[in-house]
Design a binder for this molecule. Sequence first.
Ligand code: BYC
Length: 308
Amino acid sequence: MSEEQKLQEFQKRIDAGEIIEPKDWMPEKYKKQLVRMMSQHAHSEIVGMLPEGNWITRAPNLRRKMALIAKVQDEAGHGLYIYSATESFGVSRQELIDQLLEGKAKYSSIFNYPTLTWADIGVIGWLVDGAAIVNQTMLAKSSFGPYARAMIRICKEENFHKKQGFEIVATLADGTDEQKTMVQDAVNRWWQPSLMMFGPPDNDSPNSAELMRWKVKLQSNDDLRQRFVDLTVPQAKAVNLTLPDPDLKFNEETGHWDFGKIDWDEFWRVVKGSGQMNKARLKARRDAHKNGAWVREAAEAYAAKHKN
Ligand code: BYC
């Protein structure tokens, strides 16, 4: 079979809704796109532990502290599931982590913002995990089996994370004036960055057309962003919080909430490394890697000793 015929057969399988497994024939570009996306996704989970990890020692009570520790630990697990999915292509976790530590790999823009108050922890669970659920529920139906299967478990865990965050938000929003102000301020700071998580607008998204043709993505960046806005507006109303957008308005014709312009210059600045926390995040990961060297060495020595 010629390359052209193989490509046509592959597209037929995709169009028929078949799931592609690592040993199946696939175009090099399909594999490349998936390694790119899964690598960024896995790194996002790992770097995403940092903003929340920052508050573990300062959680207001033991119940909150236990829930937050469990959440941050879950994120590490998510990273590992997705690194395993890239390993099914023969791309090792080490290779990808090296790229992250060398500053060559991307991870989600959202994690380059600081967590200034306890309310940020609630808002991350509500908005950031909420946005991730919208995106990942779609990816759970992606054409690549190992990625789609990882997403199913991740989405279940993210649902707990979102509830954990929304409960913190609801408690603060129903609290003292100071608590109300604190949680509203956190919503004001995280709203736009959460909308940016879905990626650039469709007309400026170079990868979307190919990913959608191969059913890696089943919905576009803008469609998912709109779904997130539609789901979140009533949740904000339920706890008497205001989403910081004067243009937010229900559109009777479309049945969706219209929203204002997103600052895409800011998005690209953050993606290209000039966000508030980009340097600190990479430093934290590099330090953790360096400080964990003795654990890796001990594990290797143990494995070598017990080889037979
Ligand atoms: N941040 O052509 P486009 C979590 C890049 S963690 C940074 O639209 P695509 C959690 C994009 O990579 C969950 N970069 O790309 C963890 C591309 O650059 P390259 C994180 C972004 O792939 C801890 C360029 O812009 N979720 O839930 O079609 C605590 C053009 O974009 C971003 C995922 O990683 C961004 N926001 O669509 C709490 C989901 N957006 O690679 C929570 C998996 C775009 O060509 N990924 N770029 O150099 C995806 O679904 C898709 O890759 C995206 C982008 C929607 C992000």
